[in-house]
Design a protein around this ligand. Structure first.
Ligand code: TPP
Length: 558
C-alpha cells in the first residue's frame, strides 16, 4: 500500500502502542503532526518547553510497558530537551525521541537550526538513527523501540528530515520486536544460592531494572517479598526506587543511596556479602564508590543486571549474572531457601530496627518558617496505596525520603541525575497516564519556577496533580553545600530567591492555590489540597531555611 512517510511513521508509532506523545510543535515536523491528526489514535500532548515534554516521556517510560515518546523540533527544540535525555540515559529508562531535521539537500551546510545529532547526542542516547531512505522509516521506529527497551534501557533518537514526510513509500509497517529476556545460567544460580546460604550478614540492593521487570509482571513485587521472607534477607531499595519494598516490612533493611544516615550505613558496612539485583551501582548508591569500593569491592559482590556491558564496567564482581532481575528472583525461589536461613534473623532485625528509628515522625520546631517535615508527614497521612509521588531536585526531597514510608503499589518518580525542573512534568505525565489517581509533586521554590509552567499542560489536558512547594526563599541545597565547604563564609545573599505568591500564581492558570505559613495551618491546608480532585492544586509552604534538610540544621558560625 502506498502512503506518505509521515503516515507510515504515525502507523508505526501506533503499532508500538504509542497512545500519547509529548511535544512542542516545530516547523521541522509539521508533516508528522499533519498525519497524526488524521489518525486520531495518538494523543498529542502539547507542552510549554521541550525539557518538560522530555521529562513527561521519561516518566511515561516508567509508567507503561513501552518506551515513553516525545517529538521535538530541530536545533533549539532538541537543545532544550537535552536534560531529559541525560536523565533517561543515566536512569536506564526507555525513551524514543523523534527529532525534526533540515532538508536532506541541505545536510552539512549549517542550515537554519541544523545540528549533527550523531555527534551532539553521543553521550546522552543509546543510539541516533537518521532516516534518509523513505522505505526505512518504519524499520527505524521498530529499531528505536527495540534498542530503547532492551539490554540496559535508555533513550534513542530518531532524526527525521523535514522533506521526508510527504514522500511516498510502499514499505509496510514494521512490527514491534518481542521482548527478549535472559534467565540465570544454572551454574551461576547454584553459586549465588551457595553464597547466600553461607552468608551471615548479606545485603540485598534492589533497583531500577527490577522495577522495570515489575511493570511487565506485577508479580515481581510479591516474589521479592517472598524471597526476603523465605531466605531471611534484608532488602534495601535504592533511594529512587522506594516502592520496591514496603518500608514497614520487617525485612526492610534501610535504603541505599544519597545521604544514608550514619547509623544505618555503619551497620550496613558490617555486611559479608552484597547482592545487587537490578541496581546499576552508581556513585550515589555506592556512597561515592566507597561501598562497595571501586574497582575492587571490600566484600564479595554479586551483580545482577540485564546487560553484561554494565556488569564489571566499574566494579569487579565475584559473580556477574546478565539476566532479568525478576527471573533471578524466581529461580532462587524455585531453588528453595537454605535450611539455616534463620541464622540471619538478628542481622535483619537489627538493620530494620535502625531504619524504624530513623523513620520516626519526629522533628524539631522552627521559628523562621514551617519545618517541611510537618508538611511531608501530613501528606503521608493522605497518600493512597496507589498514589504517585514525584520529587524535583533539592534538599526538600530529603524530607520525602525520610518521612514517607513507601509501599509496594505506590509509584515514585524523579530524575536520577537530580535535575531540577523534572518534578512538575513527571507529575503531569503521571496524572495523564493514571487519571483519577493521586499524584503529589514535591518541589522547591527554585525548581518550581524552572518547569512550573507545565502546570498549564496539566490544565489543558485535565490533569490534577497536587504540587507542594517548599519556599525557603533560596537555592537551599547549594547554600548548604557552600556552608559545608566554606564554613563561616556568607552564602545567603548568593543563594537568595525572590518569589511570587505561588498560590496566586496557580490561580492565574485556573488551578487552585493554598498557602501555609504556620504550623497551625498545615493539617487543614493539606487536607484541603487532597479534597480537590478535579484540577491541579498548588500548596505554597513558607518553610524554614534554618532546617536545611531532613537531617541538617544551619547553625551560624560562632
Ligand atoms: C537543572 C539543574 N540546575 C542546577 C542544579 C543544581 N542544584 C541542585 S539543587 C539546587 C537548589 C534547589 O533549590 P530549591 O528548588 O529551592 O530547593 P531547596 O534546595 O531549597 O530545597 C540547585 C541549584 C540542578 N541539580 N539541576
Amino acid at each position: 500500500m502506498t502512503r506518505s512517510v509521515a503516515r507510515l511513521l504515525a502507523e508505526s508509532l501506533e503499532a508500538h502502542d504509542v497512545d500519547q506523545v509529548f511535544c512542542v510543535p516545530g516547523e521541522s515536523y509539521v508533516g508528522l503532526i499533519n498525519a497524526m491528526s488524521d489518525m486520531n489514535s495518538i494523543r498529542l500532548i502539547v507542552c510549554r518547553h521541550e525539557g518538560g515534554a522530555g521529562f513527561m516521556a521519561v516518566a511515561d517510560g516508567r509508567l507503561r510497558k513501552r518506551a515513553g515518546c516525545c517529538i521535538v523540533s530541530r536545533g533549539p527544540g532538541l537543545s532544550n530537551s537535552l536534560v531529559s535525555l541525560h536523565s533517561a540515559y543515566h536512569d536506564a529508562t526507555p525513551m524514543v525521541m523523534l527529532v525534526g531535521q533540515v532538508e536532506r539537500k541541505d545536510f552539512g551546510r549549517q542550515a537554519l537550526q541544523e545540528q549533527n545529532y550523531s555527534r551532539l547526542l553521543s553521550d546522552v542516547t543509546k543510539s541516533v538513527i537518521e532516516v534518509i531512505e523513505p522505505d526505512q522509516a518504519s524499520e527505524a521506529i521498530a529499531r528505536a523501540f527495540h534498542l530503547a527497551e532492551s539490554g540496559t534501557p535508555g533513550p534513542v533518537a530518531v532524526v527525521l528530515p523535514e522533506d521526508l514526510f510527504d514522500e511516498k513509500t510502499d514499505a509496510e509497517v514494521d512490527q514491534p520486536r518481542p521482548r527478549v529476556l535472559a534467565g540465570p545460567r544454572a551454574d551461576d544460580l547454584e553459586t549465588l544460592a551457595d553464597m547466600l546460604a553461607k552468608s551471615e550478614r548479606p545485603m540485598i540492593l534492589v533497583g531500577g531494572a527490577l522495577l522495570a521487570d515489575a511493570i511487565y509482571d506485577n508479580a515481581a513485587f510479591g516474589d521479592l517479598q517472598r524471597l526476603a521472607e523465605e531466605w531471611v534477607l534484608p532488602i534495601s531499595p535504592t533511594h529512587r526506587r522506594p516502592q520496591l519494598f514496603d518500608a514497614t516490612h520487617p525485612n526492610y533493611g534501610g535504603y541505599m543511596g544519597i545521604r544514608v544516615p550514619p547509623a544505618q550505613i555503619s551497620e550496613m558496612k558490617k555486611a559479608d556479602l552484597m547482592v545487587s539485583i537490578g541496581e546499576r551501582l552508581t556513585d550515589t548508591v555506592s556512597q561515592s564508590y566507597s561501598f562497595p569500593a571501586a574497582p575492587q569491592p571490600q566484600l564479595p559482590l554479586v551483580h545482577v543486571w540485564p546487560d553484561a556491558n554494565e556488569i564489571g564496567r566499574v566494579f569487579r564482581p565475584d559473580l556477574g549474572i546478565a539476566a532479568s532481575p525478576h527471573e533471578v528472583i524466581k529461580a532462587l525461589l524455585k531453588t528453595g531457601a537454605p535450611a539455616n536461613a534463620e541464622k540471619r534473623r538478628a542481622w535483619v532485625n537489627g538493620l530494620h530496627a535502625i531504619h524504624r528509628k530513623l523513620l520516626a515522625k519526629e522533628w524539631e520546631p522552627t521559628t523562621d518558617g514551617v519545618n517541611f517535615a510537618a508538611i511531608v508527614c501530613e501528606v503521608d497521612k493522605h497518600l493512597a496505596p496507589d498514589a504517585t509521588v514525584t520529587t524535583d531536585a533539592g534538599n526538600f526531597g530529603s524530607f520525602v525520603h525520610r518521612y514517607i514510608g513507601f509501599k509496594q503499589g505506590q509509584i515514585f518518580l524523579s530524575s536520577v541525575v537530580g535535575a531540577m525542573g523534572s518534578g512538575m512534568p513527571m507529575a503531569v505525565a503521571a496524572t495523564l497516564r493514571r487519571p483519577g489517581k493521586q499524584v503529589v509533586a514535591f518541589m522547591g521554590d527554585g525548581g518550581a519556577l524552572m518547569a512550573g509552567n507545565e502546570i498549564a499542560t496539566a490544565m489543558q489536558y485535565g490533569g490534577a496533580p497536587i504540587v507542594v512547594i517548599s519556599d525557603n526563599k533560596m537555592y537551599g541545597t547549594i547554600g548548604m553545600h557552600h556552608h559545608v565547604r566554606y564554613p563561616g563564609r556568607p552564602f545567603q545573599e548568593s543563594m537568595k530567591l525572590t518569589n511570587p505568591d505561588f498560590a496566586a500564581w496557580a490561580k492565574s492558570f485556573g488551578a487552585e492555590g493554598i498557602t501555609i505559613r504556620t504550623d497551625d495551618e498545615v493539617a487543614d491546608g493539606i487536607a484541603r489540597a487532597f479534597s480537590i480532585k478535579t484540577k491541579p492544586v498548588v500548596v505554597h509552604c513558607h518553610t524554614s531555611a534554618v532546617q536545611m534538610s531532613a537531617w541538617r540544621r544551619y547553625s551560624p558560625p560562632s
